[in-house]
Design a protein around this ligand. Structure first.
Ligand code: ATP
Ligand code: MG
Length: 360
């Protein structure tokens, strides 16, 4: 049975890296005999906004709701459309409507890439950040009092629900139990945030009783960020609330080198709605149009998407293809300038697709 993928390149280099992701996915599909049916959409882009006055058509929920997954490029054209319009009008709508309550980011140092952390080798950094993506600190509950006076007061509440916490914890524990180290770290701040964070800790404690094989620890967010930099090898699966996860999921990939290689996923684990796979990088208007964008982040998104769709071997083969080309180095492989090479986006994409095809 074929699986239907909605392809949304968005803006800027999204249009250059998406075709390379599809090329790699098609190579994996041929090798593993998968039926993937791609359909392209031009909305959720600033060009669409400039033509239509909105980022999405009226019936986007119907148009996208039946797909198995969304492969997204990047959105943003800051010189013509303010970021709050492009982002709020597209990605954040998808996240919310399709209940993508997990934000998942692998933080893995790949061969041939220099970590900004001195002396780190591939194998030293290989963990996931699991971020709660729908509630917590990013609620719109709150308000202002005595505005414009010296007595001004502003309040914004954190909203945590038992269902909301438990479902992200369950996802993180399940992920940890599929990994060899079986280790889970919880980000907290119960020494300073005295109501919500102790509750978060309680839920972690209770969930851990269902997973006796998982080694669980917790750190306050301040020392946790320090340990990401000092001891990245300590971590395997790190689970965090919306705000803490936001911070960690930028810090983690930053420890693994170039922004061009990092993927992320917004997941509805029950498959009730399509999940969305997008690179960590943005539309990079400064390099758009030159065919030098690194396509690896977008290709890795394809690998995560296959894994989510139940094709773990094919997803792993895509990752192996990426690692093989990176390990070959810029003498042997057409690596893009951000990786120290002189290759183009399409040459690097082609080399990875070849490596995926030849992998067995
Ligand atoms: P966002 O749109 O998510 O807010 P941003 O606008 O802050 O992100 P990016 O668009 O990711 O940032 O670009 C940041 C820098 O990284 C730019 O100099 C850009 O050229 C570079 N960059 C981003 N993606 C890539 C890539 N795939 N390959 C090479 N360089 C990249
Ligand atoms: Mg941007």
């Amino acid at each position: 049975m074929s699986q239907r993928i909605a392809v949304i390149p968005g803006d800027g280099i999204g249009n250059e890296v998406i075709p390379e992701s599809i090329r790699a996915l098609e190579a994996a599909a041929r090798r593993f005999d998968l039926q993937l049916d791609f359909r392209h959409f031009d909305f959720a882009s600033c060009d669409y906004y400039l033509n239509h006055g909105r980022m999405l058509p009226e019936d986007w929920k119907e148009q996208l709701g039946g797909f198995d997954a969304l492969l997204f490029g990047a959105v943003g054209m800051p010189e013509k459309v303010p970021d709050h319009i492009s982002l709020w009008g597209s990605l954040l709508q998808f996240r919310r409507h399709f209940d993508q309550y997990i934000n998942l980011r692998p933080c893995k140092l790949m061969p041939g890439i220099r970590s900004p952390l001195a002396g780190r080798e591939p194998g030293d950094i290989d963990f996931y950040v699991v971020r709660e993506n729908t509630e917590g600190e990013y609620s719109s509950v709150g308000g202002k009092m005595f505005e414009g006076t010296e007595r001004e007061v502003v309040i914004q509440d954190t909203v945590m629900t038992r269902i909301g916490i438990d479902r992200v914890l369950k996802y993180a524990f399940e992920l940890a139990s599929r990994r060899p180290r079986r280790k889970l770290t919880s980000a907290t701040k119960s020494n300073g945030i005295s109501i919500t964070m102790p509750y978060w800790d309680e839920r972690v404690q209770e969930m851990s009783e269902h997973y006796p094989n998982i080694d669980v620890d917790k750190f306050h967010i301040d020392i946790l960020t320090a340990n990401f930099v000092l001891h990245p090898d300590w971590f395997d699966v790190v689970v965090a609330s919306n705000l803490f996860g936001d911070i960690l999921s930028d810090l983690g990939p930053a420890c693994t080198g170039t922004i061009g290689v990092a993927p992320s996923a917004n997941i509805n684990p029950e498959h009730r709605f399509p999940s969305l796979f997008e690179p960590v990088h943005g539309s990079a208007p400064d390099i758009y149009g030159r065919n030098i964008a690194n396509p690896i982040g977008q290709i890795w998104c394809g690998a995560m998407m296959l894994e989510h769709l139940g094709h773990e071997k094919a997803g792993q083969a895509m990752l192996d293809g990426i690692e093989a080309v990176l390990a070959a180095g810029s003498d042997q492989a057409p690596l893009t300038p951000d990786l120290g090479g002189q290759g183009t986006t399409s040459e690097l994409g082609e080399a990875i697709a070849d490596a995926i095809r030849d992998g067995d």
